[in-house]
Write a protein that binds this ligand. Structure first.
Ligand code: DC
Length: 196
C-alpha cells in the first residue's frame, strides 16, 4: 500500500524535523527533496546535466547544509529542465510501498497533487532566521537577509512556485515548540491514516 505525506514550506520552518518525526512514527520512508536541488547546485557546471546524471552518492556530500548551498539550490531550482529531470525520481519515491514522506516546496502542488495528506509548515521570517542562525552561526542580520531572498526566489519563480496546496493543513510554527509542531503534524496525518 502506498500512502504519501507531502510537506511543503519555506526554509527553516521546521519541515525537516517534522518530516523525520512523521516518517519514524508511521514507519514511512523519507525524502528531503531540497537535498536534490542542493546537490545539483553544489556539483557546479551545467545544472541541467547535473540533474540528469545525479547519483545517490552526490546526496552524501558533507557541504550540502550550508547557507551557500541553500542559495545555490534555490538558484538552480528556478530552471524548468532541472525540475523536470528530478520529477520522476520524487514521484516514484512517493508511491513506494509502505508509505512515504516528502518535504520540499512543490510536493503537494506539483509532485504529488494526489498525496493523502498535505501539510504546509511555515513561520515568520524572523523566527526562521533565528533558528537557522542558532544552527549555523554567522551574523543574524545576514542570515535573515538570505532567508528573505530565498523565500522571494522560491515564491516568485514561474515553474512550481512555493505556495500551499488548496487542501493543505497549514501549521504555523512561529510560536510553537518543536514538540507542539510535531504533535500537530502527527495528529493531521493520523486523522487520515486511521480513516483508511
Ligand atoms: O528545503 P531546502 O532548504 O533544503 O531547499 C533548498 C532549495 O531547493 C530551496 O530554496 C528551493 C529548492 N527546492 C525546490 O525548489 N523544490 C523542492 N521541492 C525542494 C527544494
Amino acid at each position: 500500500m502506498s500512502f504519501t505525506v507531502a510537506i511543503d514550506g519555506p526554509a527553516a520552518a521546521g519541515k525537516g524535523t517534522i518530516s523525520r518525526a512523521v516518517a519514524a512514527h508511521f514507519g514511512f520512508g523519507h525524502l528531503d527533496t531540497g537535498l536534490l536541488y542542493r546537490a545539483v547546485g553544489a556539483l557546479g557546471g551545467d545544472p541541467v546535466a547535473a540533474a540528469k546524471t545525479l547519483r545517490p552518492e552526490d546526496l552524501q556530500r558533507g557541504d550540502l547544509r550550508t547557507l551557500e548551498a541553500g542559495q545555490a539550490a534555490s538558484r538552480v531550482a528556478v530552471i524548468p529542465e532541472v525540475r523536470a529531470a528530478l520529477r520522476d525520481f520524487q514521484r516514484t519515491f512517493a508511491l513506494r510501498q509502505g508509505g512515504a514522506v516528502l518535504d520540499g516546496r512543490d510536493i503537494g502542488t506539483v509532485i504529488c497533487p494526489e498525496a493523502e495528506v498535505k501539510l504546509f509548515v511555515t513561520a515568520s521570517a524572523e523566527v526562521r532566521a533565528h533558528r537557522r542562525w542558532r544552527e549555523l552561526g554567522g551574523d543574524e542580520a545576514d542570515v535573515l537577509a538570505q532567508v528573505v531572498e530565498r523565500d522571494r526566489r522560491d515564491m516568485d519563480r514561474a515553474d512550481s512556485p512555493l505556495r500551499p496546496a488548496k487542501d493543505a493543513v497549514v501549521i504555523d510554527t512561529t510560536d510553537m515548540t518543536i514538540d507542539q509542531a510535531v504533535a500537530a503534524a502527527l495528529a493531521a496525518v493520523q486523522r487520515v491514516y486511521s480513516a483508511r
